[in-house]
Design a protein around this ligand. Sequence first.
Ligand SMILES: [Cu+2]
Length: 332
Amino acid sequence: MRPVLAFWALLGSILLAILFIWISNTIKAPEDESGEVGGSIRTFVLQSYPVPSLAPHAHTLAIDSMEDTGHHVRLLSDPIVPEEDLWVTGVSFEVINAPAFTLHHGTVFRTDERDLECPLQGPRPLLSVAQDQAHGSEVAFAEGYAIFVPKGTPLVLESMFHNPLPPLGIGETYTDVSLKVTFSLADTGQEALKPLTYHLLRLSDDPCGANMHTFAVPARTEGYIKSGSTGQTDGSAFIAQATSTIVYWGAHMHGWEGGRSVTVSKNEKEIQVFPTQRSQDDPYRFDTPHGPAQVQLQAGDKISIESLYDNWADVPLRGAMGHLAFYIAEDQ
Ligand SMILES: [Cu+2]
């Protein structure tokens, strides 16, 4: 071989070797990445198993309905157990291989404790993001606050995808769709933080029952108001046990099927309205605000919600939702 050719052959081999090493380090199976603390900015990652084929679902009624075949796909990850204490100062959610709005919600549960609002209905959610927030899915807590996850806590990531045909969605099929959740962690030794507790208030026709997340809106009804019942045990209200501050909150409803707003009251007096609106830049996306808050509560103060819906269809809308999620810390 002539010297010039030999030089280019050698250079090519070196470049190929570098490329191979780079690819091996970049492409990881989800289970390789989950549950490791790493990076110069410390993070902890949970990733769902991929949905091999996320096909759109058709609407058998005039409206989007939970009774439609293939209305949604729900996945649970295997338990992921951190090997060290985690102080979670923020969370980001990323939908892999599909638009963000195909995620109906993502929730991280700790399976060693019960739901705080509805203890008979499954494990305790630690944090979540919803479809109408999925495009702006960065959650960052105020300085000095974090969710504490003791080492050894079994965590499970639930992801639910919802991919309707037009006019409610694009109508494309996506492959290998998964959800990746990244916790931002406080630096080791910086854990003088106030622990946050996550609460999820839900309006429902079946309070704290099997269908505790949903309610029906009657046919041809404009301005339907769904309220909770008066008791705390219906899962739609929260009563503070101590002087506390809500430092982050957001609502969830189905704007694509007539949801207009979730209203929050403190001791029966309105303090905040969360409207949902069709996005300016994407006809298939609805946006509901979520962000930092400063809501002071004394022991005995009550937070409750109601939701406003329209249903233009000739059939009742089943599967309407009105949620408020918030993160609260006791003042010390
Ligand atoms: Cu929903």
